[in-house]
Design a protein around this ligand. Structure first.
Ligand code: UDP
Length: 240
């Protein structure tokens, strides 16, 4: 596989990545480990935007399933992503990496609002920008938030760091014959309903020609390998 020449990436981490081996919440040691990998990537000269989910704390769908109003539950989920963003900012700054959090829900005591031009300036200065609260609206996920920010910040790729090492044609936990794709087309992902990101996020990446790189962030050193075009991953792109 040829070495990708990314200059600016958006790295999306599922909230569950922050729990480490725990069942819930934030494992600060694990967050520090991931922060070190993000720092290494940034020290190699990359501009990095981060989006972190909230599933380790609260998911709107789970609240709705227990009878909560869906929109209300989704706002709680968005607040969870702000907590995760602050935890990651803290870990990155302890490693000496200047980091700014921009939230789609304004919260001026704790972070900046999303302002694209300001985010641009942060990146130029070598800061990492963490975009929190997804798109700032219920009925969406942080995958859609990641696709939106990747498009508006003109990122060369959206890297999705998760617990699985790519995209499979069936659930690898349930089907031993499940096959992992090295590359797969956006339209195949949408038509076959493959588990990558939600459909609105995939469509937004397709329409803006942003490759989606799905890899496991749980394996130590994997982010660097994936950025070097090595390691195990699936790339979702046009004409794969
Ligand atoms: N959420 C939302 N709008 C957004 C982003 C997130 O309503 O634009 C809510 C939604 O309830 C979601 C929760 O925040 O379940 C946490 O985000 P997500 O499920 O994407 O986190 P992840 O699965 O990546 O940890």
């Amino acid at each position: 596989m040829s070495v990708p020449s990314y200059k600016r990436i958006l790295l999306k981490l599922s909230g569950e990545v922050l729990m480490g081996e725990q069942q819930f919440g934030i494992d600060t040691d694990y967050v520090a480990r991931v922060a070190q990998e993000v720092k290494d990537a940034r020290d190699s000269g990359l501009e990095i935007c981060l989006v972190i989910g909230g599933g380790n704390i609260f998911r709107g769908m789970a609240g709705a399933a227990k009878g909560m109003d869906r929109a209300q539950a989704d706002y709680m989920g968005m607040l969870a992503t702000v907590m995760n963003a602050l935890a990651m900012q803290s870990a990155l700054e302890q490693l000496g990496v200047p980091t700014r959090v921009q939230s789609a829900i304004e919260m001026d005591k704790v972070c900046e609002p999303v302002i694209r031009r300001r985010a641009e300036r942060h990146l130029e200065k070598g800061r990492i920008v963490i975009f929190a609260a997804g798109v700032g609206a219920p009925y969406f996920t942080t995958d859609s938030g990641a696709a939106l920010r990747a498009a508006e910040m003109k990122c060369d790729a959206l890297l999705k760091g998760t617990s699985v090492d790519g995209v499979y044609d069936a659930d690898p936990k349930k089907d031993a014959t499940a096959k992992r794709y090295d590359t797969v087309d956006y339209d195949t992902v949408l038509a076959d309903n493959l588990k990558v990101m939600d459909a609105s996020a995939v469509a937004l990446c397709r329409d803006n020609n942003i490759p989606i790189v799905v890899f496991s962030i749980r394996e130590r050193g994997n982010l660097a390998r994936v950025l070097a075009g090595e390691g195990t991953q699936t790339i979702v792109k046009q004409g794969a």
